[in-house]
Design a protein around this ligand. Structure first.
Ligand code: NDP
Length: 289
């Protein structure tokens, strides 16, 4: 039987609706609206699309979006000065610097300059450390969104085997930390993992965050598993010749075996921005409350 589809678009919409209600609750009491600052350096087309989409969704739920678009030749010192200004701004609850940055700017120095209490991307080493020791932290948006999707299928994950394929700092590692915090038995697989198919087949929860189109098919899926496909890969469809997005899972094949699976597009993707807004609202509530 084909797996149930995990509808990230609908789950993200319902999360945004609940966030909008939380925002309205605060502003009705006379508080200022939460503020998210997004900084874009240069004109990378994909980054421009992300930033526009973030700004639109921020405003839609009643928060304030502050956009800083800086020219591609911006110096690291100028960017750090802007971040210092945003750190000190009492109307800003979240700061996001859109990556990638141009080569003259060191992304690590920029991330470390953001006040950890406003680091809604969850990339600052303080938040990474807090997540790893299980204390309150901003959780990177894509793993946080992926966990919401897993919870939409099953609330109690305790004792389940989880396999995360990919060990990046923005997806794989924080995803593994989150699943460990849910008391899963977690395996992190990567490009040097041996017998990847049998490792993946041990997973009650399989998270694919590799960046290789359709790499994992039914042979990698345990019957009934929850499968979360984080991958976003643009390919040229051999039949139509048109470009389209596919995940790291071979969806049609994996769906025959999995219990529940996210599509690409329409799975993890929409959750990422919704969780950015959720992180910003959490940050605001700490400040207001
Ligand atoms: P990275 O390139 O940083 O990491 C990819 C990981 O996959 C690495 O750990 C790498 O292993 C591992 N890997 C590569 N090849 C293999 C292989 N043959 N077998 C097993 N593991 C392998 O990618 P990201 O984590 O940044 O992103 C992963 C995917 O998720 C991409 O498609 C990206 O576009 C997508 N993404 C989607 C988001 C969303 O909002 N939905 C947000 C962020 C990313 P090793 O470390 O050994 O090199």
């Amino acid at each position: 039987m084909a797996a149930a589809l995990i509808d990230g678009k609908a789950i993200a919409a319902s999360l945004r609706q609940s966030l909008a209600a939380r925002v309205a609750g605060w502003t009705a009491k006379g508080h200022r609206a939460p503020g998210l600052a997004v900084v874009l350096v240069g004109e990378d087309p994909a980054s421009q699309v992300y930033v526009a989409s973030k700004a639109r969704q921020t405003v839609e739920i009643g928060m304030v979006s502050v956009e800083h678009k800086l020219p591609v030749e911006t110096s690291e010192a100028a960017l750090l000065a802007l971040i210092a200004q945003l750190n000190a701004d009492p109307a800003i609850d979240g700061i996001l610097v859109q990556l990638p940055l141009p080569p003259q700017i060191n992304p690590d120095r920029v991330i470390e300059a953001i006040d950890p209490a406003k680091d809604v991307d969850g990339f600052h080493p303080v938040n990474v450390g807090r997540l790893s020791i299980g204390s309150r932290a901003f959780i990177p948006c894509t793993p946080r969104g992926s966990l919401h999707l897993i919870h939409s299928v099953r609330k109690d994950l305790s004792g389940l085997n989880a396999v995360v394929v990919g060990r990046s700092n923005i997806v794989g590692k924080p995803m593994a930390a989150l699943l460990l915090a849910q008391s899963c038995t977690v395996t992190i697989a990567h490009s040097r993992t041996r017998d990847l198919d049998s490792v993946c087949r041990s997973a009650d929860i399989l998270v694919a965050a590799v960046g290789r189109p359709k790499m994992l098919d039914a042979r990698y899926v345990k019957p009934g598993a929850i499968v979360i496909d984080v991958g976003i890969n643009r390919i040229t469809d051999p039949e139509t010749g048109k470009s389209r997005l596919v995940g790291d899972m071979d969806f049609a094949s994996a769906r025959e075996v999995a219990g529940a699976i996210t599509p690409v597009p329409g799975g993890v993707g929409p959750m990422t921005i919704a969780c950015l807004l959720e992180n910003t609202l959490d940050s605001y509530e700490v400040r207001i409350g």
